[in-house]
Design a protein around this ligand. Structure first.
Ligand code: ADP
Ligand code: MG
Length: 485
C-alpha cells in the first residue's frame, strides 16, 4: 500500500522581551533557580498579571510578516491543568480569539517553491521547570526541585495547517520560520536554550484517501535534525501499526535522541479537557489600527522582499539569494560588498560570498558578524579581479592570506608583498608563449594533428613559466594566434 504523510507543526517561540509576559521579572537564561520569579510568577494570592506591551508588539510584527490578520480584539484565557511547576494550576493563553489569524510562509524545498498556510499564532506564558536529576532532599533522599525562573516567559505559539507532506518539507518550514523570527528580532532563536521548540503532529493515510488519519504529537523537539528523525520514525511506526491490523492512538509522544525513537508520554487531551475560560484578571487585548501602522513602520525589509530585490538588481538566481538572505548579517555584508563594486558585478560578489567566504566561515565555525575578512576588504579584493590585476585563482590565494590577517588583511598590500600581480602585458605574454612553443615542438605537432588536449597542455606550460600569474584569457588568445597562423 502507498501511504501519504500529513504533518502540521506547532512552534513555541520565546519572545525576546527583557521581562516576562505578565510580570516585571527578567527573562535571562541560566540564572540560579527561583531568582527570577516574583509574586506573579509564583502565583502568590492577590498578585495580578499586567500584560507586557513588547510581547504584543512582537506578535504584531510576526502577523504582519506572514500576511496574517492581526486581531483588533483578542482574549486571554485560562487553560486549566495541574502540573507541579505550574503553581496557578492554569496557564494564561489565548483560545477562541488569538492575536494572529491566518497568514502563510513561503520557502523552498530542494529548489521547489512551497507555501504553507498558518492557522493562528497566540500569546501565552511558559511554565516553570521540574528538576528530577541529582537533586537530593534534606535527608539525602531523591526529590524533585521546582525552578520558576521560566514561569511567565512570553511565548508565541505558531500553529500551521496540516499541509506538509514529508519530513523534508516540515524541516524546511521549521527552518524558514526560525529564520523569520530571528530576522525580525522577535526571538533569539537559541534552540539549545529552548527559545524555539517544535511539536510535530504526524499522521498517515492511504494515498488518495480524503480523511486524515489519527495524529500523534511529538513534543518539544529542539533541533532540526531531531525533528526530521522524529517524523521519519513516527511515520514508519504508524504505518507498521496500521499494516499489522492495529490503530494509531491519538497521543502525546516524546523523541529520545539517544535511542532515535519516539515514545508515548500520555494520551492526548482534547481542548474541552482544559476547561478554557476568559481570564477575569485580564481585559481583552485591544490593538488599534494606529498601533499596527506604527509597528509596520518599524519593520525591517523581509527576507523574501530582499531576495527579490537582490535577484532583480544583480541578476542573481534563487540559489544565490537564498544563501545571502539566510540571515540579516549576511545580507548586510553582501550589500556593503556590492556597493563598492561596479554595478554589473553583483554575481561576482554573490559567488565569492556564497563560495569562498561561507566555506571559510564554516570551516572555522564562525558567524559572519565576526568574519575575519571585512566586507570592504572583500570588495577591494574583488575589484582587483574586475580590473584584471588578479585571476580568480590567485585571488583565492590572496583571500587565504587576508583570512589569517597578513598585511592587515588588505589585499593590495598582500598582492604587493607577495608579487602576485597578474601579467597583462601582451608583449611579455607573447615572449613566454614563443618560448614554450620552441621548447615543446612535439606538443605543437600533436595540436596541429587535431588533438585539442595538446592546446590545454600548452596553456599549462605557459602558466607554469608565468608562475600562474599570466592573464589566462590573454594566454589563450596569444597561443591561438601563434598556432593558427
Ligand atoms: P492541540 O493543542 O490539540 O495540539 P492545535 O490546534 O494547537 O491543537 O494544533 C493542532 C496541530 O495539529 C496543527 O498544527 C494541525 O495542523 C495539526 N493537525 C491536525 N490534524 C492533523 C492530522 N490528522 N495529521 C497531522 N497533523 C494534524
Ligand atoms: Mg498542540
Amino acid at each position: 500500500m502507498n501511504w501519504e504523510v500529513v504533518i502540521g507543526l506547532e512552534a513555541h517561540v520565546q519572545l525576546s522581551t527583557a521581562s516576562k509576559i505578565f510580570s516585571g521579572s527578567p527573562t535571562l537564561f541560566g540564572s540560579a533557580p527561583n531568582t527570577q520569579a516574583n509574586a506573579v510568577d509564583m502565583a502568590l494570592p492577590g498578585s495580578l498579571p499586567v500584560l507586557n506591551r513588547g510581547a504584543v508588539e512582537r506578535a504584531i510584527q510576526f502577523g504582519l510578516a506572514i500576511g496574517a490578520d492581526v486581531s483588533p480584539r483578542s482574549i486571554f484565557a485560562r487553560k486549566n491543568y495541574f502540573y507541579p511547576d505550574l503553581p496557578k494550576n492554569y496557564q494564561i493563553s489565548q483560545f477562541e480569539i488569538p492575536v494572529v489569524l491566518g497568514g502563510s510562509l513561503s520557502f523552498s524545498v530542494d529548489g521547489q517553491p512551497t507555501t504553507i498556510n498558518l492557522t493562528r499564532a497566540h500569546l501565552e506564558e511558559d511554565a516553570g521547570k521540574s528538576l528530577h536529576d541529582n537533586f537530593p532532599g534534606p535527608h539525602g533522599e531523591a526529590s524533585t526541585g521546582i525552578d520558576l525562573n521560566r514561569s511567565g516567559t512570553p511565548l508565541l505559539e505558531i500553529v500551521s495547517e496540516p499541509e506538509m507532506r514529508s519530513a523534508a518539507q516540515a524541516v524546511a518550514y521549521a527552518r524558514a520560520l526560525h529564520n523569520l523570527v530571528v530576522w525580525l528580532g522577535i526571538c533569539d532563536g537559541n534552540m539549545q536554550e529552548g527559545s524555539f521548540r517544535i511539536d510535530a503532529n504526524v499522521s498517515v493515510r492511504p494515498l488518495g484517501q480524503k480523511e486524515f488519519g489519527t495524529r500523534t504529537e511529538t513534543k518539544n523537539v529542539n533541533s532540526f535534525r531531531f525533528l526530521e528523525r522524529a517524523i521519519l520514525f513516527e511515520v514508519q511506526r504508524q504505518i507498521e501499526v496500521i499494516e499489522d491490523g492495529g490503530k494509531v492512538i491519538q497521543e502525546t509522544r516524546l523523541y529520545d535522541s539517544d535511542r532515535d525513537e519516539t515514545r508515548s508520554m500520555r494520551s492526548k487531551e482534547d481542548a474541552h479537557d482544559y476547561r478554557y475560560f476568559p481570564d477575569p484578571d485580564l481585559p481583552p487585548l485591544i490593538i488599534s489600527p494606529e498601533w499596527v501602522a506604527e509597528v509596520q513602520a518599524n519593520m525591517p525589509e523581509l527576507p523574501q522582499q530582499l531576495s527579490e530585490r537582490f535577484a532583480q538588481t544583480y541578476g542573481l538566481t534563487e540559489v544565490d539569494t537564498l544563501q545571502i538572505c539566510h540571515n540579516r548579517e549576511t545580507a548586510a555584508y553582501f550589500e556593503v560588498v556590492v556597493s563598492k563594486l561596479p554595478t554589473n558585478q553583483g554575481k561576482l560578489a554573490a559567488n565569492w560570498l556564497n563560495g569562498e567566504v561561507l566555506a571559510a566561515l564554516n570551516r572555522d565555525n564562525l558567524d559572519i558578524d565576526v568574519c575575519p575578512v571585512k566586507a570592504e576588504q572583500l570588495a577591494a579584493l574583488l575589484n582587483r579581479i574586475v580590473d584584471n590585476t588578479l585571476s580568480n585563482k590567485i585571488a583565492r590565494e590572496v583571500f587565504a592570506a587576508m583570512w589569517v590577517g597578513e598585511s592587515g588583511g588588505e589585499p593590495d598590500s598582500i598582492i604587493e608583498a607577495k608579487g602576485l600581480k597578474q601579467i597583462n602585458d601582451s608583449g611579455a605574454i607573447d615572449t613566454m608563449v614563443d618560448g614554450v612553443l620552441a621548447a615543446h615542438p612535439a606538443i605543437v605537432e600533436e595540436y596541429r594533428a587535431g588533438k585539442q588536449k595538446a592546446f590545454n597542455s600548452l596553456v599549462g606550460q605557459v602558466m607554469k613559466v608565468a608562475q600562474g600569474k599570466a592573464n589566462p584569457q590573454q594566454v589563450n588568445e596569444a597561443l591561438k594566434r601563434r598556432l593558427d597562423c
